[in-house]
Design a protein around this ligand. Structure first.
Ligand code: SF4
Ligand code: SF4
Length: 398
């Protein structure tokens, strides 16, 4: 297995997914509209239970991946790793081109040309990456509008400019240093990993040592470590480059490589607990999504005036809010149960567009009769909701 080739294929797939996800609303948190998009669902910020289960499920998915597969996420799926390696590959490519074309120039001049060409590529690339990144939090069409109007006054515009600058500095200067210095996931992995986790391990237990000390495994390591010292070095991102390097060198001598992935698949108590917690959150998320109602109707009595008596009837005033959290227009019609002879001053059904909230007020009236109860319990019905309510009446004729 050539791990480098596999990793580059995975990097390409991840890059394409990174580009597509905000436009397909697979995972996106729209801050201005206060919506969380998950697996095709448009969740409102008020649907806290679903958002909580979705976030906990994603978090424990990362924890599960860590306890089983160590830092494989870092080497194969992390955007920081993918873009850092891409920026280094661009720099190497440009340097080769410049040396080939301008080999007769002074080395300092050639280096200046390489740096200028590199920044000319990384600058626009940073704008594109920042645009995609912010699309996870702001609607992409709104973002295009802000970008074209060079908006650096609103919060969205300032965030865009800041993310572009950070991306530019990151991919031109910091790159993989981020992984070994500030990345919190690397430190978290130090706590979660153990001998049963997937490791990259050097083994040369033969009495006549097979390692020829070529140090190619050290030279190719993007994190600058020597895996022969220990499989538990926090900098190791499990990329497998050292495995390929050793396989290639010793393969020329018709010997097997000395570095391997050792699969830590043992299902011990720690891994079983994490798996159970993940399944519990996955089950909770599934149940919450299955029970989700796209149209949420709320009715509240307006008690500024308890009741009104006119034309021989008693009137109570109510306020409704209809939130359409689905993708189709919703038509809501109210009716009344358990309140004989009641009439509703709202004849036509209310139509609410997808993603919108309709608010309004209406009256309910009943004929006034002496000795009627002062507080009567009844129900307001819609096609999907049953809303318990109370009706107030005066104690004597007015
Ligand atoms: S690449 Fe293999 S043979 Fe060469 S130094 Fe590393 S472990 Fe030894
Ligand atoms: S030691 Fe090997 S697997 Fe670990 S980061 Fe370096 S090259 Fe990748």
């Amino acid at each position: 297995m050539n791990w480098h080739r596999l990793r580059k294929v995975v990097h390409l797939i991840c890059f394409l997914a990174f580009l597509a996800l905000p436009f397909l609303n697979v995972v996106r948190f729209d801050i201005p509209r206060q919506r969380f998009y998950f697996a095709g669902y448009e969740l409102w910020i008020s649907e806290f239970a679903i958002i909580f289960f979705a976030l906990m499920f994603l978090m424990f998915l990362v924890v599960l991946s860590s306890v089983f597969y160590g830092r494989v996420y870092c080497g194969y799926f992390c955007p920081q790793m993918i873009f850092s390696e891409a920026s280094m590959a661009v720099e190497t490519f440009l340097r080769r081109k410049v040396v080939r074309k301008f080999g007769h120039w002074k080395a300092a001049t050639r280096e200046w040309l390489v740096r200028a060409a590199f920044h000319a590529v990384v600058g626009p690339a940073s704008i594109v990456l920042a645009f995609i990144f912010i699309s996870y939090f702001v609607e992409p069409r709104d973002l295009v509008h802000r970008l074209l109007s060079l908006d650096i006054r609103t919060a969205g515009g300032i965030s865009g400019a800041a993310v572009t600058l950070v991306a530019y500095l990151d991919f031109s200067l910091v790159r993989l240093r981020f992984c070994t210095t500030v990345c919190p996931y690397g430190y978290l992995q130090g706590m979660l990993g153990d001998a049963n986790t997937l490791l990259v391990q050097y083994r040369d237990g033969t009495p006549k040592k097979e390692c020829i000390e070529c140090k190619k495994c050290v030279r190719v390591c993007p994190m600058g470590i020597d895996i022969r010292e220990s499989p538990f070095q926090i900098e190791c991102v499990h990329c497998g480059e050292c495995i390929d390097a050793c396989d290639e060198i010793l393969g020329r001598l018709h010997k097997p490589g000395l570095i391997h992935y050792t699969w830590g698949r043992k299902l011990d108590a720690k891994r079983a607990i994490v798996l159970l917690v993940l399944l519990a959150y996955g089950g909770g998320l599934f149940a919450a999504l299955a029970m989700r109602q796209p149209v949420l109707t709320r009715v509240d009595p307006v008690r500024a005036t308890l009741y009104r008596v006119a034309d021989g009837r008693v009137w109570n005033h109510f306020r409704y809010t209809i939130s359409n959290r689905g993708g189709k227009p919703a038509v809501v019609k109210f009716s009344i149960a358990q309140l004989p002879e009641a009439t509703l001053s709202l004849d036509s059904p209310i139509t609410v567009k997808p993603g919108e909230v309709a608010e309004g007020e209406f009256d309910i009236s009943v004929p006034w009769a002496p000795h009627e109860e002062l507080v009567r319990h009844f129900t307001i019905l819609t096609r999907t909701d049953t809303i318990p309510m109370t009706f107030l009446a005066p104690s004597e004729a007015q």
